[in-house]
Design a protein around this ligand. Sequence first.
Ligand code: AMP
Length: 190
Amino acid sequence: MLNVVIFGAPGSGKGTQSKKISEKFNLAHVSTGELCRRAIHNNTAEGVIAKSYIDKGELVPDDTIIDILDSFLEKLPVDKGIIFDGFPRTVAQAEALIQIMKEHDTKVSVLLNLEVEREELLNRLLKRAETENRSDDNMETINKRLEVYEKQTLPVIEFYRKKRLYKPIKGIGDVNDIFDRISDILDELK
Ligand code: AMP
């Protein structure tokens, strides 16, 4: 079964590419950012916790995000592969994901890292701030999210590199060209 982690800084295009990947390869798309926004919208206990971190540009604590993810995965069909978008974001989450996948009798097939330089990320995030109404797309929070990414999330790359599951992808240029690069890798794995 194909289980993909799509990885990259905020604004690297994870959401856009995840949608295309889930359609072509028939995978369930799981975005922990979307799950948080839904929990906030529904005013659940986890949503209230998540909001206090998201609005500051910080990561939601590992145990909360893992609980949110777990309850979503329980409802998914067991025979479908998954694309994880925005998870794992810490090494502790990467370790938890091994366990979660074990419980579902499967494992992560690959981590695709969308590589985009910081200046381009800032441009994209500021543009998105104008079109999408996300509470965390403002200059102060964007800078904080990029800093959090570098400090807390980047070490996840090394975790997957050691397991030989790491694939870097050039994340700039035409959306379809980026998707072609991803497809070439996933075609070989499926
Ligand atoms: P995203 O939509 O992936 O950019 O996520 C938006 C925000 O949700 C992030 O800035 C975090 O505050 C929170 N979030 C999403 N996924 C995670 C995760 N795996 N761990 C911790 N916080 C997360």
